[in-house]
Design a protein around this ligand. Structure first.
Ligand code: SME
Length: 159
């Protein structure tokens, strides 16, 4: 049984503990779906104020829904479309304070107000994107950005 209780007082400690738990979860496991599934569950349990946490995979240059926690979501997203598709097309992290102000935002869950999407890249190739949604506008900070970039670096070796 895995029993991670990550509830740090500050964001840097929270993400350090989260990164360490993620490294432990994926250690020695080569299956990418299993690793994404556990990563989504770990993030969902550890980060407050989320209404969706999970992955879209790069399948033949289209984003296809991967393991996640939250409400059922749109299955396929074209590169360049919405927040996830923009991250995929540009390989640039997208931190969106107000999704309603983002041109082309795809509203899978009307509760979503802000979003953080981090490309997971290995050898210059997009493997997947990590997508976090929150019901609160401006939920994601630069510390969340840095912490999730670290999680994406860990995952890049395990997907
Ligand atoms: N809002 C995303 C779509 C994915 S859902 O949030 C799970 C977007 O605009 O790409």
């Amino acid at each position: 049984m895995y029993d991670f209780k990550i509830a740090a007082a500050d964001s840097a400690t929270l993400y350090r503990d989260l990164a360490s738990a993620l490294e432990g979860l994926i250690a020695g496991e080569p299956d990418p779906i299993a690793n994404m599934a556990n990563a989504a569950a770990l993030i969902w349990e550890s980060l407050p104020d989320l209404n969706w946490a999970g992955f879209y995979r790069n399948v033949d240059s289209e984003l296809v829904l991967g393991p996640f926690q939250g409400r059922p979501a749109c299955i396929r997203i074209k590169f360049g479309s919405g927040v996830c598709g923009t991250a995929a097309a540009t390989l640039q992290l997208q931190r969106v304070e107000d999704v309603n102000a983002f041109p082309g935002h795809i509203a899978c869950d009307s509760a979503s107000a802000s979003e953080l999407v981090v490309p997971i890249v290995r050898n210059g190739q997009l493997i997947a994107v990590l997508d976090l949604d929150s019901p609160h506008a401006g939920r994601f900070t630069e510390e969340d950005e840095a912490g999730c970039v670290r999680l994406a670096e860990i995952l890049a070796k395990a997907l």
